[in-house]
Each structure stands twice: as C-alpha cells, then as structure tokens.
Design a binder for this molecule. Sequence first.
Ligand code: MSP
Length: 509
Amino acid sequence: MPKKFYITTPIYYPSGNLHIGHAYTTTLADILKRYKKLDGYETYFLTGSDEHGQKIEQKAEEENLTPMEYLKDKVESFKTLWNLLYIDYDKFIRTTDVYHEETVKKIFTKLLEEGYIYEGKYEGFYCVSCEEFLNSDQITKDNRCKISNNAVVVVQEDTYFLQLSKFQNFIENDVLASDFLIPAYRRNEMINSFVKPELKDLSVTRTSFSWGIPINENPKHIVYVWIDALTNYITALGYLQENDSNFNKYWGDKDTEILHLAGKEIIRFHSIYWPAILKGLNLRQPNHLLGHGWILSGGTKMSKSIGNVVDPIKIIQKYGADGFRFYIAYELPTEKDGNFTEDLFVESYNAHLANNVGNLISRTNQMITKYFEGKLNHSVIKMNSVVEKEVISTINNYKKLMDEYKISEATRVVLDLGKTLNKYIEEQTPWTLAKEERFEELEEVLITLQKAIVAVILLLKPILVENTDKMFNDMGISKKQIEIINFDNILEMKFEKIESKQILFNRIK
Ligand code: MSP
C-alpha cells in the first residue's frame, strides 16, 4: 500500500481578485504535492473558494448581480490563475456546491445533538468588515476594531454557540502541546493570546444576513463563515455523503499524512476552532498546520488603497510560471514575512536560474555535444566518487527538509549543489583536457556532470514544472525515462544522444 498525503490550501474569498499572497500559499501546496508524488505517495490536493457571507452579498448587490452571478466570473478567474501557475489540484470546492451545503447542515445538527452547540443570545461588539463579534480586548479605547480599524457597532442577536470551553484542555494540552502547529513559535503565541485567557464560546450562526447556509433546526439562522469554511476540508472528500470513498481513504485512515496550509491571520481558526470541531465530530486530527507569514510589497502589506498589490498574472506573463514558482519556493520561507518587488524578482532569477542552474545545463550540454557528439560512454567510465557522495548527501538533505516542509531550505541545498558543479567545471577545465587530448579524463568529468545535473533537475522538478522536460532533454534523458525517474533511481538513468539545446532561463536584462 502506498503512503498517502492529503494537502489543502485555505479556500479564498471571491470578494476581490487573487494576488500574489494567495498564489503563494497555493504554489507551496502544489510544490509539496509534487514532491510527495515523486517520493511515491498517493496524493490528494484540495483548493477552492469561500463564497458565503455578508461581504459577498454586498459586493454582488453593488454590481447589481445575484451572488451566484457575481461569483461565476470570480471563480473562473481563480481557476485561470491556477492553470497559469500549473497548479495540479485534484479538487476545487465551492462552498456553494450543493453537497457542501447539505453536509454543513448535517455537521451542524450532529454537533447540536452531541451537545457541543447550544442556542443563546449574543450581546456585545461587532465589526462589520471582519464580520466578527469582538471581545473587549479586540477593540481600541475609542471603540474601533483592532484588525480593521473600523468603528465597531453594539449588537444584540440570537445565535447558536459552539461550546469551545469544553475543549479548553484538549486544545491547550493536546493540540498546541504537540508538533501539530508549525512553526513551533506560533504554538505559544496561540496559547498566550487565545487559550490561556480561556476559550470563549464561539457564535456560529447569524440572523442579520441571508447569503449562507440556513440550519435545518431554525432556518432564519445562517451558519457563520468559519464552520461553513473549515468543514470544506472534509465535505470535499465526501464526509457524511453517499459517496464517501475519498473520505474513508484519506481522512478515515490514521496513517494518511494530512497537512493544512494557512496564513498567519487565520492560524487561530485552524489551530483552535478546527481541531475542536473535529474532536466534536469524533474524527481524527490533521498531522500538521503549516502557518506562514505574509508577502509584503515594498515592506508593507498589500492593499488596494496603498496601491501596492502585485498581480501574479502580469509577472507570469512577463517572466514565465517557473520564475514565479521559484521565487516563491526559495525567496519566501514560510516562518517569516517575505518581500516581493519586481527588482528583487529579477535579481533572484538571474542569480539562481540564469547564472547557476541554466548556465550549468547549457555549458555541460555544449561540451558533451562538442567533444563527444552528444553521447558519453557510461558503461566504461564511472562518475567521480567525491562528486557522487556530494550528490547523495544533497538528495538526503533535501528530502529531510522537504519532509519538514522547509521548501526554501531544501531549494538552497540544491542550488548549492549547482554551485559546486559550476565550480567543478572551473577546476577541471574540460577545455584544457580537450586541447591536451586527455579524453578519458575529459569523459569522466562530463559523465560526472551529466549524472549530477540530472539529480539537480529532479530535485527542482516539484518547483520548475514548465521547463523540467526541456532540462532533462538537454541532458539526454528521454521522455520515457522522465516518467520513471525518482529519488531512488536518480543515479541510474540511461542517457540518449543529446540532440537538443533549448534556451533555458535567459538572463533578464
Ligand atoms: N476564506 C478564508 C479562509 C478560509 S479557510 C477554511 C480567508 N480567505 S482569504 O482569501 O482572505 O485569504 C486566504 C489566504 O490567503 C490566507 O491564508 C491568507 O493568509 C493568505 N494571504 C492573503 N494575503 C496574503 C499576503 N499578502 N501574503 C501571504 N498570504 C496572504 O481567509
């Protein structure tokens, strides 16, 4: 039985256009899925859109459309972006999908029957733009929401509560005391900010708007966004539905590795509410939540009013998907906030893709073609053993880091191998060996490079999807071989005569 991996992104709000921040999370998920697949896992990758709530209702109204009309184009634009980025998701969930809506109602009923949800009354502060009830520590002295900075309103409303207080001990001593939340420093942050001050019961229905899922028990109540949204991770698999084979296969198996990705401002929902809901439903917990920082543009958070929102489509059209995916993988480690500007992007592209990886492939390709007409004799001469050791230790380090979801560090290890190989060329001076007709030594150097470069390409395969086949081709690896290459047979590939030389990762001027 192959090992299994289930990975999810947050489902994005279609209330605006997607920007580089959303593309960031989705690309990280795609890279991890592709890595796991290469490593022999059976994988399932879920993304989607979070379509209910007051904001969507208002947006549609502003444009004189019904919410569903408004959402149609938005969702199409999400999918267009994912296609441009080569995102290989297995399912796209919309929270307006009928199966999702029906299952959310059932989930609500289940939690109600188990006594984890009760009916009550909410009195207090409400932030319209966050669509959230606020505690006194979430508002400023002059009654503004600390997150949105908008004036809060005082409301009184009938509502159902999720009894989070019942999960206080579980969240504090099980979930947040384990290795569930990554990076580790976020665990204390959650405990100190939300759990230690005691978990307050959470209002999970609204009566003030109608664009959402009404509960069966009392249809004037709409399920409030977080129960609706978080449960997508199981409804998409078929939980409580007739066809629940994916649910049983992935969530139902305790050995499936389950990973959620989420940005720092929604870690709270994923590391407190979501584990509580799962516990209430008597379901297993995900293995990890990888919480990541924000991408800033020119040092500040992107926002329409500042005018610093980076449109990923423009960057992809200008420089290609691989350049963009590479920047995300390498330059934006998940533990902290990162920066994106076009200048930084070009600098990184030139330094790593053009001067390191692209250059390495191109000069090796040229030398094999020039000195040996494209075909080296691997059966007689072997790869240099020092370089071989270096390649093997790179593969091991890379895998260890990727298994910890440290994509940036794993990429660095591969780039370091690329640098070593470029240096190896400078030291061995194949052109001198050729001039002096030391052909055996020359062939060993080129065989060493050819094999090691194939390893570099394979390790970059989860990231550089647009160019991988071309890169392999330039090293004499046939289509058939590309299909079977993996981490175990990486150094045993057969080489064809090199016929091609494609222009890869040209320097950007
Ligand atoms: N709909 C909710 C998520 C529900 S998941 C059950 C939501 N949607 S969102 O569209 O506002 O944001 C989705 C994700 O995009 C979040 O993880 C958020 O952190 C991420 N990003 C939005 N802007 C970002 C940056 N500038 N940088 C990095 N990620 C950012 O929240």
